[in-house]
Ligand binder design. Structure first.
Ligand code: CA
Length: 248
């Protein structure tokens, strides 16, 4: 084994050790997928418990407090959205991060889930590697306090946003923008990688005067991208769901 390989395997081992304290509740009714995910999560060092129905999932969170829940949306009986809604409405479980596991073509469910407070989603079929990356991103955001919106300065990639000075610098150049565009950019940059639905964006940037519609969010995004020039590519459209700022 050369030094580089050795270092890499050491890093992997350290990551696994760090994951040992992280408890994940996996809720999935497809037995094959459940086993595949359980295997992959355990291999990464996570402490995994499982549930195969919504009712079972809610019972499980009463007994143990997972650090994260992977929640299939299509479940027999109580579905994933109902589980998410219940979880987020109860004080002692509302903070548990949720990543939804969804099938293609369930955009309206994804939107509902995100608006209910789910942190992220992955669309089936997905590779375990993609899921692990999402889990890491959600846990990392939580660790950083999640909401960096209150921070006065945000730096992601080539873009810096200074709330106190109401200033945006993209690729070294100052960018003039409207108050709404500024709020929109601050929201997206506060959680890189996190998808925001149009409704969430409206609620966040609404100033109480202008009537904001889904369509006007799209218009704001177009304008924002244009003003940011090449850095505008950081604002990604998530088809049928909303927008997100690319993770650097
Ligand atoms: Ca299912």
């Amino acid at each position: 084994m050369n030094t580089q390989t050795l270092r890499r395997s050491e890093a992997a081992m350290n990551a696994r050790r760090a994951n040992e304290d992280v408890a994940i509740l996996l809720v999935e009714d497809e037995q094959d997928l459940l086993e595949l995910l359980r295997y992959n999560l355990a291999r990464e060092g996570y402490e995994v418990s499982t549930a195969t129905s919504g009712e079972e999932a809610l019972k499980a969170v009463r007994n143990e407090s997972p650090d994260l829940m992977l929640l299939d949306l299509m479940l027999p009986g109580m579905d994933g959205l109902e589980v998410c809604r219940t979880l987020k409405s109860r004080e002692h479980t509302s903070d548990i991060p949720v990543i939804m596991l969804t099938a293609k073509g369930e955009e309206s469910d994804i939107v509902q889930g995100l608006e209910m407070g789910a942190d992220d989603y992955v669309t089936k079929p997905f590779s375990p590697r993609v899921l692990l990356a999402r889990i890491n991103a959600v846990l990392r955001r939580r660790e950083q306090g999640g909401d960096r919106q209150a921070a006065s300065a945000l730096h992601v990639g080539e873009i810096s946003l200074d709330a106190a000075r109401h200033e945006v610098i993209a690729s070294g150049k100052r960018v003039d923008m409207t108050a709404t565009e500024f709020k929109l950019l601050a929201l997206l940059m506060s959680k890189p990688g996190r998808v925001f639905t149009r409704q969430q964006i409206i609620e966040s940037i609404h100033d109480g005067f202008a009537a904001v519609t889904d369509r006007s969010v799209d218009v704001q995004v177009v304008s924002l991208r244009r003003k940011l020039g090449p850095s505008g590519n950081n604002i990604e459209t998530v088809r049928g769901v909303g927008y997100r700022f690319k993770e650097s």
